[in-house]
Design a protein around this ligand. Structure first.
Ligand code: CTP
Length: 404
């Protein structure tokens, strides 16, 4: 099993004075539970929202607030602790980052412990801005964010939603899970390498209804397709996700179209494929549907003996595309590689991802997966068992190197 990307990673979490500071507790917990070593630096304003005691208990390390500590903090020498922090870290995350701190970072102002360390980093910096909508959207803040972006600071944009002021709009700090996904992307050495690319992804099962209460379905959880959508979004791609009937968390910026049956999925793929660079068909599409749909619930007394099935169209085979590269999945329980080769040819795919569900930690419902990527020239790369997010990034890296 491939180790967690966060294992033994040294991360500085910088917290500034915004109401979203309470979410930083969950961020620190999330990073620690994945195996990271976390040190926290707060701005003086952050003390208005959250206490160093809480953060020290969560991180297991002393929390730095003062730029000139009056006693030795964290075993560092008082004079150069900021340099030692900068050398120590594999990553710094400022979450929440206020408009004030964003401005200071963008101009290199170092008037507190947090901004001083941020200026002395040798590692990547992620910021998760948070502000009320008018402050967030102010021209100065937009310019400052742009300046940071150009300097390769990874910005996890604020989301639209209910704000502390009672207004609804952009500025809410991104969900902690998304900041952690961004941190994983950055720690993996991946940047926004898919910027401007348009990717259509399908995910989940399809359900073929028998009557208003029953259906024929399959065990696909949708997790693999959703993780590909999230990973590609963080790498800068424009994503359209067509999802079968599953309920999984997704970033609010990702366009999603929910479908139920194979024929609905087919129509959705057809109407969205134009102009896409890549189609990734991760969905487990039902091959058959009941020949008839009973509009009223079938009663036991009807003594139903059998259901007649008709074949659904093969979505991939039905596509007529010229410039879109097509990536399929193959779920096999026997003769896996041979069957995957067959599907690669018969469905005219550019790449196929083979998935064998009976291997420990691989397949349906798991958060981990073991895949083999097979290319058009029949070359294969087998990956170790790893998280579906890591798998997603490996698939995207292959796609990027071959087609984008
Ligand atoms: N697929 C599709 N349309 C279908 C069935 C499958 O486009 N009606 C796509 C899937 O999304 C996947 C690939 O084809 O990318 C392979 O799907 P899979 O279920 O493994 O193969 P099938 O073609 O259904 O063959 P079998 O069930 O016999 O293994």
């Amino acid at each position: 099993m491939k180790p967690d990307t966060f294992k033994d990673k040294k991360i500085i979490v910088g917290i500034t004075g915004g109401i979203a500071a309470y979410k930083s507790c969950y961020l620190i917990r999330g990073l620690i539970s994945r195996g990271a070593d976390v040190k926290v630096i707060m701005t003086p304003s952050a003390l208005q929202f959250i206490t160093p005691l809480t953060l020290s208990a969560l991180s297991g390390n002393e929390v730095i607030v003062n730029i000139f500590p009056d006693n030795q903090q964290n075993g560092t020498s008082a004079g150069t602790w900021h340099i030692e922090y900068g050398l120590w870290a594999d990553l710094m995350i400022v979450a929440p980052a206020t408009v004030n701190t964003i401005a200071k970072l963008s101009y290199g102002i170092t008037d507190n412990a947090l901004t001083t360390v941020a200026s002395a980093l040798r590692c990547p910096l992620i910021i998760a801005p948070a502000a009320d909508m008018d402050m967030y959207n102010s021209p100065a803040n937009m310019e400052n964010l742009e300046r940071l972006r150009k300097r390769d600071v990874f910005i996890v944009e604020g989301e639209s939603g209910f704000l502390a002021s009672g207004l609804t709009g952009p500025g809410r700090m991104a969900e902690v899970s998304k900041i952690i996904d961004a941190a994983e992307t950055v720690l993996s050495g991946i940047g926004t390498d898919l910027t401007g690319k348009k990717i259509l992804i399908t995910a989940g099962p399809t359900f073929e209804d028998i009557d208003p209460v029953r259906f024929i379905g399959n065990r696909s959880s949708g997790k693999m397709g959703y993780q590909i959508a999230k990973a590609a979004f963080l790498r800068g791609a424009e994503i359209t996700l067509i999802s079968g009937p599953v309920n999984l968390p997704l970033y609010p910026e990702i366009k999603i179209q929910k479908v139920r049956s194979a024929s609905e999925m087919q129509a959705a793929v057809k109407s969205n494929i134009k102009g896409k660079d890549i189609l990734i068909m991760a969905a487990a599409v039902a091959d058959y549907r009941p020949s008839e749909y009973a509009s009223e619930k079938i009663k036991k007394e009807q003594k139903l003996k059998s259901i007649t099935l008709v074949e659904n169209d093969d979505i991939l085979k039905s596509l007529k595309v010229k410039s879109t590269k097509i990536i399929g999945f193959a779920l096999e329980t026997e003769n896996a590689v041979k069957n995957a080769f067959k599907k690669l040819d018969s469905k005219n795919l550019d790449m196929i991802i083979l998935n064998i569900p009976d291997q420990a930690g691989s397949g349906f419902e798991f958060d981990t997966n073991k895949v083999t990527i097979i290319k058009k020239d029949k070359s294969q790369t087998e990956y170790e068992i790893q998280s579906k997010f890591q798998t997603a990034n490996d698939i995207l890296t292959e796609i990027k190197s071959l087609f984008l």
